[in-house]
Ligand binder design. Structure first.
Ligand code: AMP
Length: 591
């Protein structure tokens, strides 16, 4: 491994980075720095965030800047305000001992006037988001005619965000002779197009293999029914008591909904998305950065501003529409030499996407089993014991209180005290998980069950619910595929059963359904309906095992949406009970 000095980095810059704790160059720096210091050809670097790419382009660019010329010589374009501020901040730090070097961050959402003033005073390096820079160009307040180096950072993200036209426009204002560097975590077609359009025989540098996710990241997917996704998320969060991670959702609305539910259920979570004001976003991000927030629920776009090296987990609450985004999401963990876990909670229809992502990553996912209540209790318990072991004891402050505490507990043996302390936490957990039904992990084989006649097991599960008091739950072998809806099902019962029958809850599934009828009418309904035909298909009705005897028994299932809406595919009446978390919920571990 070479030193920064051997790479050709000047002494005044080395002094600054040494103060920042950079001892040795990271791989991307070892590759890029000597190249940029020595050559003027264009460079494409495939590197993820967190690999040290800012210093890789920043150090040589700073060194090549002519501080005597007070005009923009380098232009760095990046997708978000947060990244813009971060790059500008890093460059300012690296150039601490370079007198008269000026870096200006140019981004939307802050006063354009002060940016114009700074431009008038003169800067050598502009770090900009495309939108605001175009604004400044249109006001003729920025002159790019002397730019010698253009860096497109996170090029794939910029294109994802629709900045193609802006980039075109900006580059048309920069001299053709400039040297161009493009950094991207992935190389989708659009990025290739840019490289072809704007770069001259670029040198390609790949850190790690192309499109490969970080080596330190383990990828796990949990395949569950769509209705169980939120419960699966909670279990996963519970299973990792020290989790510090981002939960990615697809839309702003889903992001807010999931965050709200988690908060309501006692988790230390908050939302980050574009519907929040800049001040709200800054606040949430700051809480997360300082670890006052354990779970950040975010959209892909909003999360780009977060640069934290110590995330333990990234959770994909469903896979992104654009599978390339998975690489970005998962690349947020397993950084700076640490290991990380990228989890995808998917439903059966997303299986194909998992395979596609595996190809991009060149890495296999593990299929995870949703942790059982027992396993979660055990994990949480050991985490408590660990916390007891490691807690900082403020001797002085509690010394006055301790004698009376000792006196009070004097009659207990050490083992008794431990048992009681542990029980304090354990009772809370066990209370919750004792009654929670386990979540079914859908195996690839069982995922096919909706496509054919349900196996005995499915009929027996009676869709996991008990009938209302005085009612029995019946299984019928027709469902949505047979164009059955609650109204047609009620029509069939009316048509085939000679007497009027009160029908309770109806759940229409893909290939079969459940409906509830008064216990006294069960045999009548079964007899009248069986052997009848619907669209040429022989009808079969039977008692859904396990669901008929309940009649008013307390509903112990926690597998319900907490919104109070019925969680099954359709409910004709009686909404399911609201899920709630017992025992006061989870304590924030980071505050
Ligand atoms: P980046 O990919 O530029 O966002 O950098 C990721 C993190 O690595 C940042 O926190 C940098 O400050 C840090 N970093 C960059 N280069 C080095 C280095 N040579 N030694 C130690 N840390 C570094």
């Amino acid at each position: 491994m070479k030193t920064f000095e051997e790479l050709g980095v000047a002494a005044n810059i080395r002094r600054a980075i040494e103060e920042m704790g950079y001892e040795n160059p990271m791989p991307v720096q070892e590759e890029v720095i000597p190249y940029l210091l020595g050559e003027t050809t264009d460079v494409i670097a495939l590197a993820q965030t967190g690999t040290g790419k800012t210093a890789a382009f920043g150090l040589p660019i700073l060194q090549k800047t002519n501080v005597k010329e007070n005009v923009p010589q380098t232009l760095v374009l990046c997708p978000t305000r947060e990244l813009c501020l971060q790059i500008a901040g890093d460059l300012a730090d690296y150039s601490k001992y370079m007198d008269s070097l000026r870096v200006l961050p140019v981004y939307g959402g802050s006063s354009i006037e002060s940016q114009i003033k700074a431009l008038k005073r003169g800067v050598q390096i502009i770090v900009a988001t495309p939108g605001r820079l175009i604004d400044l160009i249109n006001r003729r307040t920025v002159d790019l005619a002397n730019v010698e180096h253009v860096i497109l950072d996170e090029a794939d993200e910029m294109l994802n965000m629709g900045f193609m036209d802006s980039i075109d426009e900006i580059l048309s204002k920069v001299p053709e002779s400039r040297q161009m560097l493009l950094f991207s975590a992935t190389m989708p077609k659009e990025v290739s197009k840019i490289t072809k359009k704007y770069m001259n025989s670029p040198k390609e540098i790949t850190i790690g293999r192309k499109n490969e996710g970080s080596e330190n990241v383990k990828h796990i997917y949990y395949m569950v029914h769509a209705r169980d996704k939120y419960l699966a998320l909670k279990r996963i969060a519970d299973y990792y008591p020290n989790i510090y991670g981002i939960i990615f959702c697809r839309t702003r609305r889903e992001t807010q909904e999931i965050a709200d539910k988690l908060i309501q259920d006692g988790y230390n979570a908050d939302a980050l998305h574009g519907d929040l004001s800049q001040a709200q976003r800054d606040y949430v991000m700051q809480k997360f950065r300082i670890r006052n927030l354990q779970l950040l629920v975010a959209t892909d776009v909003a999360a780009r501003g977060i640069d934290v090296d110590s995330l333990t987990h990234v959770i994909n609450y469903g896979l992104p529409d654009d599978i390339e985004s998975y690489t970005h999401r998962s690349g947020r963990t397993g950084r700076a030499g640490k290991t990380g876990i990228s989890i995808a909670i998917v439903h059966v229809k997303e299986k194909g996407k998992i395979r596609e992502i595996e190809k991009i990553l060149n890495k296999k996912f593990e299929q995870g089993e949703i942790p059982s209540g027992e396993a979660i209790c055990e994990k949480q318990l050991f985490s408590l014991v660990d916390r007891i072991e490691k807690v900082k004891v403020n001797e002085e402050e509690i010394s006055n209180l301790l004698p009376s505490v000792y006196r009070k507990l004097d009659w207990l043996e050490k083992e008794d005290i431990i048992k009681r302390v542990v029980a304090l936490e354990f009772n809370r957990l066990i209370d919750y998980y004792r009654d929670a039904s386990e979540i079914e992990t859908v195996s690839e084989r069982s995922s096919r069950k909706d496509e054919s006649y349900p196996r005995r097991k499915d009929r027996d599960r009676s869709n996991g619910r008990n009938a209302e008091r005085g009612y029995s739950r019946l299984f019928i072998n027709i469902g949505r595929t047979d164009r059955v809806n609650p109204a047609t099902l009620m029509g069939l019962v009316n048509d085939f059963v000679p007497e009027k029958i009160n029908i309770g809850r109806i759940d229409i599934m893909q290939n079969f359904s459940f409906f509830e009828v008064p216990e006294k009418d069960v045999q009548k309904v079964i007899k009248s309906m069986s052997r009848q035909e619907q669209n040429g298909r022989r009808i079969s009705v039977e008692v859904a095992q396990g669901g008929n005897g309940g009649g008013g028994e307390r509903d112990r299932s926690y597998d319900r949406k907490p919104s109070g809406r019925p969680n099954r595919e359709f409910s004709s009446n009686k909404p399911a009970k609201k899920e709630h978390r017992k025992g006061g919920g989870r304590k924030p571990k980071f505050s």
